[in-house]
Design a protein around this ligand. Sequence first.
Ligand code: C2G
Length: 136
Amino acid sequence: MKRVLTYGTFDILHYGHIRLLKRAKALGDYLIVALSTEEFNELKGKKSYYNYETRKMMLEAIRYVDLVIPEENWEQKINDVNKYEVDIVVMGSDWANSDRFEYLNEYCDVVYLERTEGISTTQIKSELNINTSVEK
Ligand code: C2G
């Protein structure tokens, strides 16, 4: 049983997120998503549109996701890897070679998957905002 772990906010779920989760699951048999809490999002300088419970419910509805756990700080990753007996930590390529993940190579494999171009939560928010202002 190969266990895969990934981290993220996954706000306003889109096909870039789904593609990441699908490819992450394909690397093993069990996929854990450590989902950023609102408090941790603040540390990351992010404010999510959906709250934690909503984002968790949406992720749990995805066939590739087996377990959702909270991501509350930058420091929990080694504990997560040990506690959940993780074999591979997977992130999108925007995190490639980041200090936030490279140190995990001592504890498990770390794999970066190509980020899906042309879509992001930030882009969706800004484009929707422009459309609604036109409709008013
Ligand atoms: N992603 C992707 N393609 C996109 C957008 C996102 O592959 N077009 C990937 C990101 O690389 C990340 C995951 O989807 O691996 C979740 O993206 P975010 O919710 O933006 O995650 P982020 O805020 O980068 O949080 O401790 C690490 C952080 O919690 C990661």
